[in-house]
Design a protein around this ligand. Structure first.
Ligand code: PMP
Length: 353
């Protein structure tokens, strides 16, 4: 830390992103990226846009908002775009939470929530997941605080039914409920349609997983017009050009290529079922996943040991040190070939045990 670093950030523990190694080639099953390239339409549109980056991008992101409005049956004023969904999550903490409006989220969830809370000096509480790692919806009903819930949750992969989400939103009318749907396209029930009914609901989604654009950085948020206005006040006060024009074009292409989107999601879902079956045969315990990853543990080997062993063999998965989940590893669903290699490698390891 330099002697110039502001005291207000001195105690901040930054988010630790998953490893992005450049020194050797791994089978990368650690950051929930798509195993497929972006849609050919998205790629073509991005290439065309690359020729015009001498000009600023459209700060209103109108082409993207129109494409999303048509795809998700919302008004153009009920959707907005950010630089990855991390960006809109941070804006939501900044816009709606403060000393007087504290925030709650599950104890086991996306690791960025406590970082955003700390960064913005927002008091927060965590609510323990049940022993089976599901969220107890009842715990959030009428809690009277702002709420962040990843649905499906990460790193567990478990989804809450939409009726539970609606109960939480309806019972906290004076607080904002943020539903982070980063993984919803792989089997969860989206709450987007509820934005017309509740003015306190913000739904966020990402193009990083189901739309194969993690490196392009594109996130989106749905909510009533006034919530969008508040978030845009912050977006325009930080970086109105937060979506570059190449990403914007790729995003429009991805949103219009519904066939490719369905193919990518369906293939991941099928490969997930196959992987689950194979892991179970090897003795793994796996939580029921509605995402593009599985959260698994084995009775014969610790989570850390398994993670390190796989890394040595050239396969990266994600391990978290948090005591409650230290036995587990989060394994992204890659291509069928990648998952076959994973299973063969695990077989070999468990044989040697
Ligand atoms: N929410 C959850 C639950 C996530 O796992 C991630 C990915 N790390 C994000 C949001 C953010 O994704 P991105 O910024 O790539 O849109």
């Amino acid at each position: 830390m330099s002697r110039f670093f502001s005291e207000k950030y001195a105690a901040l523990t930054p988010y630790t992103p998953g490893e992005q190694p450049r020194e050797r080639t791994y089978i990368k099953l650690n950051t929930n990226e798509s195993p497929f390239p972006p849609s050919p339409i998205a790629q073509r549109m991005a290439r065309q846009a690359a020729g015009n980056v001498n000009l600023y991008s459209d700060p209103a992101c109108m082409a993207l908002r129109k494409a999303a409005a048509a795809r998700y049956k919302v008004d153009v004023d009920e959707v907005m775009f950010t630089n990855g969904s991390d960006d809109i999550l941070n804006f939501a903490f900044m816009a709606f939470c403060d000393e007087k409006h504290p925030v709650v989220f599950p104890d086991i969830t996306y690791g960025f929530y406590p970082v955003f809370a700390q960064l913005n000096r927002i008091p927060y509480e965590t609510i323990p997941l049940k022993d089976d790692f599901t969220i107890c919806a009842e715990d959030y009903v009428g809690i009277g605080k702002n709420i962040f819930i990843a649905n499906p949750n990460a790193p567990t992969g478990i989804a809450l039914p939409l009726r539970d989400i609606e109960r939480i939103v309806a019972s906290n009318p004076d607080n904002v409920v943020v539903i982070d749907e980063a993984y919803v396209d792989f089997g969860g029930e989206s709450a987007v349609s509820l934005i017309h009914k509740y003015d306190n609901l913000l739904v966020t989604q990402t193009f990083s997983k189901s739309r194969s654009l993690a490196g392009a950085r594109l996130g989106m948020g749905f909510g009533c017009k006034k919530l969008m206005q508040d978030l845009n006040t912050l977006r325009y006060s930080t970086n109105p050009y937060n979506i570059n024009s190449v990403t914007m074009a790729a995003g429009v292409g991805a949103l219009t290529d519904e066939d490719y989107f369905r193919f990518a999601c369906d293939t991941v879902i099928q490969t997930r079922a196959w992987t689950n079956e194979q892991l179970k045969k090897l003795g793994f315990e796996i939580l029921p996943s509605c995402t593009n990853f599985v959260f698994a543990k084995h009775p014969a080997v610790s989570g850390k040991e398994l993670y390190l062993w796989l890394k040595e063999q050239g396969i990266l998965v994600r391990h978290f040190d948090d005591e409650r989940i230290a036995d587990f590893n989060r394994i992204t669903i890659g291509s069928k070939e990648e998952m076959k290699t994973l299973i063969e490698t695990l077989e070999k390891m468990l044989c040697e045990k």
